[in-house]
Design a protein around this ligand. Sequence first.
Ligand SMILES: [Zn+2]
Length: 645
Amino acid sequence: MTTSGVRAGQISGPVVPTSEARVAQRPLGVGDVTITGGLFGRWQRINREASMALGLRQMEEAGSLPNLRLAAGEGEGEFVGYRFQDSDLYKQLEAAAWEHAREPAPELARFIAESAEVLVRAQRADGYLNSHYQLVKPDKIYAELEYSHEHYCAGHLFQAAVAGARAGGDERLLAVAVRLADHLVEVFLRQGHPGIDGHAEVETALVELYRLTGTRPYLELAEKFVNDRGHGLVGDSGLGVHYLQDHLPVRQARTAVGHAVRQLYLDAGVVDVYLETGDESLLECSIRRWEDTVATKTYLTGGMGSRHSGESVGDRYELPSDRAYSETCASIAAVHWNWRLLLATGHARYADLIERILHNAFAASTSADGTRFFYVNPLQRRDDHLEGDYLGRRREWFACACCPPNIMRLVSSLGHYTATTGQDVLYVHQYAPGTIRAEPAGDRITLTTDTGYPWDGSVRFTVDQAGGGEWALALRIPGWSASARLTVAGEWVGAVPDERGYVVLRRAWREGDTVELTLDMTPRLVYPHRRIDAVRGCVAVERGPLVYCFEQIDQERGVELDDLALAPGATLRVLAEDELKGVGRTVRIEVDALAVAQPRAGGLPYFTGSSTEPVTAERVTATAIPYFQWDNRDGRAMRVWLPLT
Ligand SMILES: [Zn+2]
């Protein structure tokens, strides 16, 4: 242990279960996965070159750092922004830490160091730290936890500090985090303050801080917060108890309800507490919620949370395309939850969902140039769309800016979500060109991955360093791939996945050995469960892990997007890989369609009898691009689902 309590030699990424944790798989360390290209590589490059600079600037302009300077007694002015304004800075710091670990940069080191100094000065002598409550409501500290976000902000500070320490960075941040965590332990564990934060998040963060420092009370506090929710202790924020997941104890709640991001962070914490305590009832209840939520409350894009009202999860099958909320933070929280379930169980279905979210709902949140972001990720937008005074296009920043720095912390740590080890197995979950370094059987091995994924389905691995003995390479066969072909050193081998969804290749590998996985990239039509009223009778297009969408700009001249329908017996045609202005590298898909023109009704837009107003149908070709690339050109209409004629 060092003076700050960090276990020496622990250089690793987000989520590092202790050696006693109940895990099926373990994450790799910082620098063990290097992504050199493909979509993940492009996103990391844009994140570094464009988004991070924007985020760092906003920490000053939007008030997060100035608020904390005021709390430190420096400068003049008033608190600006939301009561959770500090959390934006913490997420930005976490992003900077992972990014700096990936490739050091003086501006990132300076930002981390300067922010840490401000936080040291802003923190009270007793360890408390929250600029809003210190400046605006010092008499209400921990008195209105149902909406104060004090624990939520603390949690993001803990995650930033853990990232900084694991990435080998500034330890002053960790010292601030430890003092605040000790303060929480004193107030909520020792003195028995009964409150819980209305916004779950601190649970998973406390477990992470425990993992880093070995301070057991942090885990005990996380466990207490998880156990206490659902007993009416959160209080009434005015939005009801379901909104705050306080309607039922976590072991009894059967599905996701209320504010989507809170539910998903809570479940990440539930699984984290299971991993470190071994309380099986927590894993069981979380898996039960996962199964119901995925089966009935998840968009084709992997997005979760359908209601604008309360940013909440809707009823079962309430999944409208045009009114989809699908908050970007919900996608990120869902990745966190699924990653912990994957580590706990070793089941590829969680990696499948991570892939779907990353390539669709999450990827769509950022513009092709990395300078604009979606908070809300609908699956349809009409030409006359308005959200208040906004057109529903991506924006540079938001008054409530929870999403952009959250995007940056996930993109900068993307490599951590691609591979794991378990016993003598190296698992590869996500396919991206680059290198993987691991020690599945004690000896160091390295692999190079070459692939044009997800534009093509061929993934080639070369063993550069084979290690001493036998070990297994386990490759996820995505649920969407109807078939898979596999060769090892040019010889055909079976590609039937095991019960957990992986093909496991076990042998004494030699340097230079190659493995080639070929997934089925045939484009496919996807049909919704018929209880999803909003898209009943519609069809969508997918290819590989990508959901496709139709934008007005790509359609034939004179064809209105909202008149398109799939032609009977339609075939899908994949166009050659292309570089599209404003969008970047892409693969478009053409489909036989009908432009069904229906005149505007004279009165109400409804008709009696079996026939509607006369319609005309003209055969056309409709063109789709990957959903994540939408809204990078003229900002006109888009839709994922097309009606069947
Ligand atoms: Zn958000």
